[in-house]
Design a protein around this ligand. Structure first.
Ligand code: F6R
Length: 260
């Protein structure tokens, strides 16, 4: 696992956008797995800026959703489908046809989950999966004690996650209890995992995920099992890492051509 400590969220966004750009230059129809929430927004902004400046052609890129609320009416502005269309697909000038996501309003949720795993595999698998991390250590919506081998399925959010996400809704009661999430096993199949974490509130979760044991209690610790996982953290989110100086020195000495 590579840990890169950046000055702030914008620097993290730019670094990851450069890596996505390099991938798309190598593989123009790459399947990009995207997360929602606040953390990845600087990545999407930096990527959009590259496209608008004419420095990157994303016209053949494909986008896959990581997770989705269950039970929100179709088209709800906070459904993750709406968020990904608004924050990623539209700014990049992509067509909705380039977008894959689970059906959060399906009557048969389990069938929708299985269909989504099949769709991801059928699309050739995710090339680069962008992840955030919950204050409780979740990735996707794999809450603590999720199986490290789990597939896409329905999960119940913890009270802490519902409180964290209440800021996106008019009232805390409106945050759904249930979600569809790519499983940890599904996420680990992506060719490159890039987790971005910013702010002091993520420092404990980051330290446990990066330097603690691999444990279902800290779902993000599963990144330790992946052969190509990159954790990008700002100074605040890195503040509880014991090996911070080593991570800084390692990245400073890295040849630029290697990327992340
Ligand atoms: C969202 C997702 C979640 C978030 C996490 C952090 O698609 O999968 O794991 O990445 O809850 O959310 P923010 O970035 O809002 O702190």
């Amino acid at each position: 696992m590579e840990v890169v400590i950046v000055k702030d969220a914008a620097a993290g966004g730019a670094l990851i956008a450069d890596s996505v750009a390099a991938l798309l230059r190598r593989r123009p129809d790459a399947l990009l797995g995207v997360a929602t929430g606040s953390t990845p927004l600087p990545v999407y902004r930096a990527l959009t800026a590259l496209v608008r400046a004419g420095a990157l052609d994303v016209s053949r890129a494909r986008i896959a959703q990581l997770d989705e609320y269950v039970g929100l009416p179709q088209g709800h502005p906070e459904s993750y489908r709406s968020v990904v269309l608004r924050e990623v697909v539209e700014p990049l000038g992509l067509d909705e046809a380039a977008f894959l996501g689970p059906d959060g309003s399906a009557e048969d949720v389990q069938a929708a989950c299985e269909a989504y795993d099949r769709a991801l595999a059928g699309a050739g698998g995710v090339d680069l999966q962008l992840l955030g991390i919950g204050t409780d250590g979740h990735i996707g919506f794999n809450e603590p004690c999720s199986s490290l081998a789990s597939r896409t399925r329905i999960k119940t959010l913890t009270r802490q996650t519902r409180e964290d996400n209440a800021r996106f809704f008019d009232s805390p009661d409106e945050v759904p209890h249930h979600v569809i999430t790519q499983g940890i096993g599904t996420i680990l199949e992506a060719r490159h995992l890039v987790l971005l974490a910013t702010g002091e509130g993520k420092a404990d979760a980051v330290a446990q995920a990066v330097e603690g044991p691999v444990a279902a209690l800290v779902p993000a610790s599963a990144l330790q099992l992946h052969p190509h996982a990159t954790v990008v953290v700002d100074e605040a989110a890195a503040s509880r890492l014991k090996l911070a100086d080593y991570f800084r020195a390692t990245f400073a000495a890295k040849p630029e051509w290697q990327g992340i």
